[in-house]
Design a protein around this ligand. Structure first.
Ligand SMILES: *Cc1c(COP(=O)(O)O)cnc(C)c1O
Length: 408
């Protein structure tokens, strides 16, 4: 008898998305929100380009779910990492989509930059590493030039060149054939936190100066570089920041950057744009049961039931991105009714009171985020309970969760 063959060294199974809970991406809402920003882009004398920021797994919505919907409707896709840019190129091949402009707004090392040039992806340069990138590209003949955008730090105090340093630091780019400067950008520090825009105006002034300095250092005509500055908030409430391209993230997903931005938009326009939230998060109960008065729920025995209580144990926890700060604060929706979270949010479980909502004849589906009947749990509400902003609520939803596209 032949010796049994040794099992091949174990390859990890490709991870299947969990179905304990799932995210629903509303295609019609996403398309509506793109339309809102497309109208802003075409409201002026000349049409502007519309860029979609799909960093952080498309703000937690799932790059793979969102890309086929956004790709045909926007002019540029913005990502943080070179890996995401190359993933977009791969998804384009999978879906038979023609290559779209893709811009990496985070950093890249020299090796990644060569891969981006090869894939026709554009890169933001924001610090001295551009010199290493240039050196590496010189050693890889045959690559197309890498199209780059220069990031100016006009007041955010994050990445980018201080405008005054531009002539000295970037002069060597003038002679480079490997790096082709095609754009200049900056990012606002404060637009969404205020309703008066003094700081933003200062940033705009520094940007105009810095962009002009850059163009003269490169020996090109003023206004030749593509300029972009406005993210969602500025695109909505600061028309003079719109320049040539909008770089819209949160607004495309149907969330206002802040309450202040929403207020500013109302002041600017009595009939302000309507954004429709794209994401819902749902799950089936793992267990539904009644526990007697006096019982405790969850770690730390922080909740004691005053009366007999019908509870649902939901297979969702802080591992999945349901913040522990929601303990004893948040509600979920069941059969259109609000059900309070009892006690602590655990790693993989949360317990809710369904005494008034459970129906014995129907399986129990809880909505953690989104609408059920006339009730809604918004990302803003979750953010308020969890002492954060809606951006963090959606961006931290686990990449392991299944995303399904619905509607549209
Ligand atoms: C995240 C980001 C954006 C998008 O911001 P939103 O507020 O989500 O619209 C635009 N530009 C840069 C540089 C960013 O990092």
């Amino acid at each position: 008898m032949p010796a049994p063959r040794a099992a091949p060294l174990s390859q990890p199974e490709p991870q299947l998305p969990t179905v304990a809970s799932w995210l629903e991406v509303d295609a019609a809402a996403l398309v509506h929100n793109v339309g809102v920003f497309r109208r802003l882009a075409t409201a002026g004398a000349r049409p502007l380009r519309l860029g979609a920021v799909v960093k952080a797994n498309a703000y937690g919505h799932g790059l793979g779910a969102v890309l086929p919907l956004l790709h045909p409707r926007v002019d540029v896709l913005h990502v943080i990492t070179p890996q995401d840019a190359l993933e977009i190129r791969r998804l384009e091949r999978v879906h038979g989509l023609p290559p779209r402009r893709v811009l990496v707004i985070g950093g890249a090392d020299a090796q990644e930059a060569a891969a981006l040039a090869e894939a026709g992806v554009e890169l933001v340069i924001a610090d001295e590493r551009w010199a290493e990138i240039l050196a590496a590209l010189r050693h890889s003949p045959g690559l197309p030039p890498l199209r780059v955008h220069v990031h100016l730090d006009t007041g955010l105090g994050r990445e980018g060149f201080v405008p005054a340093s531009v002539p000295e630091v970037l002069a060597p780019l003038r002679a480079s054939r490997e790096l082709e400067v095609v754009g200049v950008l900056s990012h606002f520090a404060n637009v969404e936190d205020v309703t008066e825009q003094t700081f933003a105006q200062e940033q705009l002034a520094r940007f105009r100066e810095g962009a002009a300095l850059l163009e003269s250092s490169l020996g090109i005509a003023g206004g030749q570089l593509e300029r972009h500055f406005a993210a969602s908030a500025a695109a909505l409430v600061l028309p003079e920041s719109r320049f040539d391209v909008l770089r819209v993230g949160i607004g495309l997903y149907g969330l206002w950057p802040s309450a202040e931005t929403r207020l500013s938009a109302r002041i600017l326009d009595p009939d302000p744009p309507v954004l429709i939230p794209v994401l819902s998060w749902k799950c089936r109960a793992q267990v539904v049961k009644t526990i007697p008065a006096g019982s405790y729920v969850g770690y730390g025995c922080t909740h004691r039931c005053e009366s007999d209580t019908r509870i649902a144990v939901l297979p969702v926890g802080y591992y999945d991105g349901y913040p522990r700060l929601l303990s004893s604060r948040a509600h979920v929706l069941v059969h259109g009714r609000r059900c309070p979270v009892l006690g602590r949010v655990m790693m993989n479980h949360v317990v809710v009171d369904v005494t008034r909502a459970a129906r014995e004849d129907q399986p129990l589906v809880a909505t953690l985020l989104g609408r059920d009947g006339s009730e809604t749990v918004s990302a803003e509400a979750l953010a308020g309970w969890a002492q954060t902003i809606s951006y963090e609520i959606v961006a931290r939803l686990g990449p392991h969760l299944r995303r399904v596209v619905v509607g549209g």
